[in-house]
Design a protein around this ligand. Structure first.
Ligand SMILES: [Zn+2]
Length: 279
């Protein structure tokens, strides 16, 4: 498994499944002639994407950033539409680290779209139960409210089966929450109205997880936002703010969806200075 050390914190990418989505949808208004130089596509114009949660082993407990695409949640037709060829195997990844799902103390949800939230619940004898039974699930209040009352566009991605079984475990925040010393979530909006980023500071080092406002390394240009984003101008201004914040602090930028890179450090010119490739 791919790992990154930030001070005394270890970040590990777990097997959360995958999707293969239309490159045009993933790069919004960017012409294919440009995005196709940065990210490979197949003959159907699909690009390979991961849905891999990041485990943070910290001195304040074990935390997960997002939960994977889940297992047994999708019909064959849905899997075909989303290009899902692999489902979540987070429990197996945790077992390889000597952990179980009950050892996760917090799940930090950037947002609750199905490709991030389906791993929150699992099927047990035909009943959906919490996948991380001891965890507090942290999410912005805006995101939590929209999930329960989605609009005509967002109802496709906010699934009742992903929130009902875990609602007693959810803790919401308005603009910002300090999970533990050095670990924060900050509301950004953009991709979804309630989207949030995660910042980990430990031993003078910084990990910045920008969720779906920076889904892959190829979305580094602040204007390259997904057609999936509900509020693209907000994504652009939040990308300016947070990419600047990260570069200023020589942060590791980490990715949930990137098929090629787990984490990257960019210099002030936007060149890669250090990278962790997907193993
Ligand atoms: Zn996503």
């Amino acid at each position: 498994m791919d790992q990154l050390r930030i001070g005394e914190t270890t970040a590990t990418w777990l097997r959360g499944g995958n999707t293969n989505l239309d490159g045009g949808a993933m790069f919004g208004v960017v012409p294919k002639a440009l995005w196709s130089r940065k990210y490979e596509h197949n003959e159907q114009n699909q690009i390979p994407l991961r849905t891999d949660p990041i485990l943070l082993q910290t001195k304040h407990g074990n935390m997960l950033i997002d939960s994977g695409i889940g297992k047994g949640k999708m019909t064959d037709k849905m899997k075909r539409n989303q290009g899902v060829t692999e489902e979540t195997a987070v429990e197996e990844s945790l077992a390889a680290l000597g952990l179980t799902a009950a050892d996760i103390h917090y799940v930090l949800m950037t947002h609750l779209h199905f490709d991030h939230a389906s791993g929150l619940t699992k099927d047990e004898d035909g009943e959906l139960v919490p996948a991380f039974p001891s965890a507090a699930i942290l999410v912005s209040q805006t995101e939590w409210e929209e999930m329960q009352q989605p609009n005509i566009r967002s109802r496709n991605t906010y699934w009742r089966e992903n929130w009902e079984p875990v609602q007693h475990m959810v803790q919401t925040f308005a603009e910002e929450i300090t999970v533990a010393e050095g670990i924060r979530m900050v509301h950004t909006g953009g991709h979804s109205d309630g989207h949030a980023v995660v910042i980990v500071e430990d031993g003078g080092e910084v990990l910045l997880h920008m969720g779906d406002i920076l889904p892959t390394h190829a979305h580094q240009n602040v204007l390259w936002v997904m057609a999936y984003d509900d509020y693209p101008m907000t994504s652009i201004s939040q990308k300016q703010k947070w990419i600047g914040y990260g570069i200023e602090r020589n942060a590791w930028f980490t990715f949930y969806h990137d098929h090629y890179y787990r984490a990257i450090k960019w210099d002030r010119e936007g060149q890669i200075q250090e990278a962790i490739k997907r193993g």
